[in-house]
Design a protein around this ligand. Structure first.
Ligand SMILES: [Zn+2]
Ligand SMILES: [Zn+2]
Length: 91
């Protein structure tokens, strides 16, 4: 209950603001809905190491490096490709 109260005060003092465009943030995030929707999701990637794959390769394929030698881990997940606005967000 104290946490909810303090979160409510913080939301009023520092409302979520999109770090990319300055619009009002949504869902408690410092991103607005359009900017969140535009983030480069890593949907077509190597099933082992999550490296983005060329469009011509089928879903679930392995990248060239993993075909040559599998990495020592079973799987890797990367929600986004490191491109577009993401380098700005990480600085
Ligand atoms: Zn935005
Ligand atoms: Zn791979």
């Amino acid at each position: 209950m104290l946490r909810e109260f303090s979160d409510g005060i913080l939301q009023r003092l520092y409302p979520p603001t999109c770090v990319l465009c300055g619009a009002q943030g949504q869902g408690g995030l410092d991103l607005c809905a359009p900017c969140l929707a535009d983030l480069p999701r890593n949907r077509h990637c190597c099933r082992r190491c999550a490296l983005p794959l060329p469009a011509e390769l089928p879903p679930g394929a392995l990248c060239g490096e993993c075909q040559r030698r599998l990495p020592p881990y079973a799987v890797c997940y990367a929600a986004f490709r490191y491109e577009g606005p993401l380098p700005i967000l990480s600085t």
